[in-house]
Design a protein. Structure first.
Length: 189
C-alpha cells in the first residue's frame, strides 16, 4: 500500500471537487459540525467554537503527515465552501487496509452527494493507493450510512460490541468491508 499523498490529490466528479481542507475552511466546518444531527454518529460532541473546527483540520493534516490517512473536503463545483468531508483513517500499510469516514452538511442530505464523494475516494483508494480492504464502522441506528455503503458494495461482516467509548457512552459498531476484488467486480460487471 502506498499512502503518499503529496501533493494533495484533488478529485473531481460530475458535481463535486474533493480537495484539501485548510484553515480558511474553518467557518464552513464549524457551520455543519455544530449541527447535532450531523454529529449524531460522528463520535464527537457538536462543535462549539472555531477552535473545534481548527482542531479537526489539524487532525486531517496530522493523519496525512503520519501516513495513517487522508481527508478530503467536499465542495460543489460551482461553489468553494466545504459542505462535508470524506476520507481514510486508521490505515495499516502492511495490511493494505484502511477505514473510511464521511459526513455531510444537513442542507445537502438526500441528493446523492455523499454517495458520489465516497465512490470517488473508494476508486482512488483501490486504483492509486493500492488498497486491498476498505472498512466502514457504522453505529446500528445510522441506517442512512449503512444504506450508502451497501449501495457501494460493502458487506456487513458483524457487530463489534461496545467497540468505542465516545461522548460518555459505549457504542456498538457494525463492521463493513469492501475488498479490491469486490470493487473490480462491480466496476467491470
Amino acid at each position: 500500500m502506498i499512502l503518499d499523498t503529496e501533493p494533495f490529490p484533488r478529485l473531481e466528479t460530475k458535481r463535486l471537487v474533493l480537495r484539501e481542507v485548510t484553515t480558511e475552511d474553518s467557518n464552513s466546518l464549524l457551520k455543519y459540525l455544530s449541527d447535532e444531527e450531523v454529529m449524531k454518529y460522528y463520535g464527537l460532541n457538536p462543535f462549539e467554537s472555531i477552535n473545534d473546527a481548527l482542531d479537526e483540520i489539524s487532525w486531517y493534516q496530522s493523519i496525512q503527515k503520519n501516513k495513517t490517512g487522508i481527508r478530503w473536503g467536499i465542495t460543489l463545483k460551482d461553489q468553494g465552501a466545504v459542505i462535508g468531508s470524506c476520507g481514510f483513517h486508521n490505515s495499516v500499510l502492511q495490511h493494505f487496509r484502511t477505514e473510511i469516514g464521511f459526513e455531510l452538511s444537513k442542507d445537502h442530505w438526500g441528493k446523492g452527494i455523499a454517495f458520489e464523494a465516497v465512490q470517488a475516494i473508494i476508486s482512488y483508494g483501490f486504483e492509486h493507493l493500492e488498497l486491498q480492504r476498505i472498512e466502514a464502522l457504522i453505529e446500528p441506528p445510522n441506517s442512512s450510512s449503512q444504506r450508502l455503503v451497501e449501495k457501494l458494495g460493502f458487506i456487513r461482516e458483524g457487530l463489534l460490541r461496545n467497540y468505542e467509548f465516545t461522548c460518555g457512552k459505549f457504542d456498538d459498531l457494525y463492521m463493513y468491508s469492501l475488498l479490491k476484488q469486490d470493487f473490480d467486480e462491480v466496476k467491470n460487471g
